[in-house]
Design a protein around this ligand. Sequence first.
Ligand code: ADP
Ligand code: MG
Length: 235
Amino acid sequence: MTSEDSTSEVVVRLDGVRKEYGDTVALDGVTLEITAGEAVAVMGPSGCGKSTLLNMVAGLDRPTAGSITVNGENLGELNETGLALFRRHRIGMIFQFFNLLDDLPALDNVALAAQLTGVRAGQARRRALELLEELGIADRRNVYPAALSGGERQRVAVARALMNRPALLLADEPTGALDSASGEQVMDLLLDLHQIGQTLLIVTHDPHLATRCASRVVEFADGRVAGERSLERSA
Ligand code: ADP
Ligand code: MG
């Protein structure tokens, strides 16, 4: 049973989500709910469907069957333009390989996320600089991605993801391309974001990342939820 009150707290709801690529079943009936302020880590081996799941929640791809609701939007009811607007306004995304634009310096990579939603350049750049300051990399604002370290690139990517105050922050193996010290910094950052109330969905094959940053770990196997556990977290 759900009431109007309890559903208002739900940020992500997947119901029977299935995704086929030809003969491959990437997701095999996933039902999952994430409430506001949760940090959920979906963990499982390579090929079990984690990136597919994240791409569906981000509205980058559509399920073969089942429904996905994010922040009150039923993604199946949105056309391509609607999905693009949803992604720009409601979702922040962090990837293993950063996905920064090589021909823009750090500050512009971050500011662009807001400019794409119609925010004027000056205002976007001010907020971008604030975020880079909060993440401790304001001194690197004029540096191009090629000259940034992996850890710095990922912090720029986190700043970009936070630019539009997303209802949901998605992270796909966010430490997968980092050395362990930079990886720890990014984990600290994700944990800080969780502790200030950001709703997070992280997918990873790394148990350390999952237990370090998440309030709940969902075990994934062969495109299905195979188990889950809540983590006690003392600040
Ligand atoms: P994970 O992120 O857990 O490593 P993926 O979601 O990337 O897993 O992949 C799940 C399965 O779906 C794999 O068998 C993969 O080969 C397949 N798959 C993923 N994306 C595509 C695609 N665009 N086309 C065809 N098969 C795909
Ligand atoms: Mg993956």
